[in-house]
Design a protein around this ligand. Structure first.
Ligand code: HEM
Length: 427
């Protein structure tokens, strides 16, 4: 597809398609091959439209850190419609609610992003995350205690359904301050909000969550407490600026969407990785102090996010020798960056004792730059607690993966196991 000038033609997309079953079946090999042969390449998005795919660590970080690559397509001169919001409405979501889902922190560019991120960071603090740890441990232990109740006729338990998914959504409920009695509803909404193949369920969950958060805000205004929602309501910057009700609702909704499925799949993918690398599991068992490092390495080696949100160049940019025109979407493939041999020695080897001398050497599993994951500290904490407690509680845990290997969802953005059946191996 390269023209004699070395420029690919966006009018004639060919190349790698994000829907290619081979890429989805083994994204490490597929995107690894692209990284080594055509690190900045014009491929096709899910709907067949052209999309630049970037796979080298250095280029991925450059895209995520360069203000010329906007998150909001409306920041591009000449683009006047928000395709994402349009798409959600076309899918059948209620028009008046779509903005709550489409105008998140991740959709914003400076100065809006700077303002929102500053306010939110004052409420969503590392201190608050650290203080939550005992509750995360308690929630984890409760779920682990109940695992045997979910054993099927063959004696196996699906870790994805009964542990990996319920843990993060329950932790978000705890952090935000959702009352116990409403949590089953939130767990359902949390799942339904990501069901893109069922717009009715997604819409019910969207409307349900928005109205529930609105009611919670009204209650908190009358009778404040001290959880994250209270902190978000109260937060002000030095100029007295604060979050509007719409921004508050969107923020809570995006914590549910951004923090739920991602963390669940860190737990699912990480558990499978450890079970299939007994030497690494033995290291973790021997010394639980390595858990923080192990989580970083699992994020690098089998992290749930495969690629960033599309970025929209606000002007022509040359990257990796390719000219990317203003307004042509770009996806930074975290999965390629995290296995880049230019950055990581022996990148395909899982090694939980790896250390990173500087932040610059780190994996990009939580992104990079101004949109670096807001919940990274929380997700890492949940991962640390989940892996250490799971293997302590069930020392004889073993996978019951069917012949032919584990089953992965064919989803381009996220590495997600359909299920992870395990023998708990008690006694
Ligand atoms: C942003 C990954 C957990 C909230 C991001 C980004 C990545 C990411 C890659 C940047 C995306 C981009 O630049 O296109 C993950 C992974 C997680 C995780 C792998 C779990 C293992 C969480 C949790 C929360 C959260 C637990 C909150 C409860 C957010 C938010 C953003 C974000 C709000 C947007 C930040 C901004 O735009 O400034 N995450 N995340 N994430 N994440 Fe996470």
């Amino acid at each position: 597809m390269s023209t004699p000038t070395g420029r690919d033609s966006a009018a004639d997309p060919g190349g790698a398609a994000l829907t290619d079953p081979a890429l989805l079946a083994d994204p490490y090999t597929g995107f690894g091959r692209l990284r080594e042969t055509e690190p900045v390449t014009l491929g096709r998005n899910l709907d067949g439209s052209p999309l630049w795919i970037v796979t080298r660590h250095e280029d991925v970080r450059a895209v995520l850190d360069d203000p010329r690559f906007a998150n909001d397509p409306l920041s591009v001169p000449g683009i006047e419609t928000d395709k994402r919001a349009e798409l959600l409405v076309r899918m059948g979501l209620s028009e008046e609610y779509v903005a709550y889902m489409a105008d998140t922190l991740l959709d914003a560019d400076p100065p809006d992003h700077t303002r929102l991120r500053k306010l939110v960071s004052r409420a969503f603090t590392v201190r608050r995350v650290n203080a939550l740890r005992p509750r995360v441990e308690q929630i984890t232990d409760d779920l682990l205690d109940r695992l045997p109740d979910h054993a099927g006729d063959d004696g196996t338990v699906d870790l994805i359904e009964h542990f990996a998914y319920p843990l993060p959504i329950t932790v978000i409920c705890e952090m935000v301050g959702v009352p116990e009695e409403d949590r089953p509803l939130w767990r359902r909404w949390g799942n339904d909000l990501i069901q893109t193949d069922s717009p009715e369920r997604m819409d019910r969950a969207l409307v349900g969550t928005v109205e529930h958060v609105r009611a919670m805000i009204a209650k908190r205004r009358a009778d404040p407490g001290d959880d994250l929602l209270d902190a978000l309501i109260a937060v002000r910057d030095e100029d007295g600026d604060r979050l509007t009700e719409k921004e508050l609702i969107t923020m809570v909704l995006s914590l549910v969407i951004a923090g739920h499925e991602t963390t669940a799949n860190l737990i699912g993918n990480g558990t499978l990785a450890l079970l299939t690398h007994p030497d690494q599991l033995a290291l973790l068992r021997r010394d639980p102090e390595v858990a923080p490092r192990a989580v970083h390495e699992l994020m690098r080696w089998c992290g749930p996010v495969l690629g960033s949100r599309p970025r929209w160049p606000t002007e022509d940019v040359t990257l990796g020798g390719k000219l990317i025109r203003q307004g042509e979407p770009v996806m930074a493939m975290v999965v390629g960056a995290n296995r880049d041999p230019r950055r990581f020695e022996d990148p395909d080897r899982l090694d939980i004792s790896r250390t990173y001398a500087t932040r610059g050497e780190q994996h990009t599993g939580f992104g990079h730059g101004m949109h670096y994951c807001l919940g990274a500290a929380l997700a890492r904490q949940e991962g640390e607690v989940a892996f250490t407690r799971l293997f302590e509680r069930y020392p004889k845990l073993s996978p019951a993966v069917p012949e032919g290997g584990p089953e992965w969802h064919p989803r381009p953005g996220l590495r997600r196991l359909v299920r992870l059946p395990l023998h708990l191996g008690r006694g």
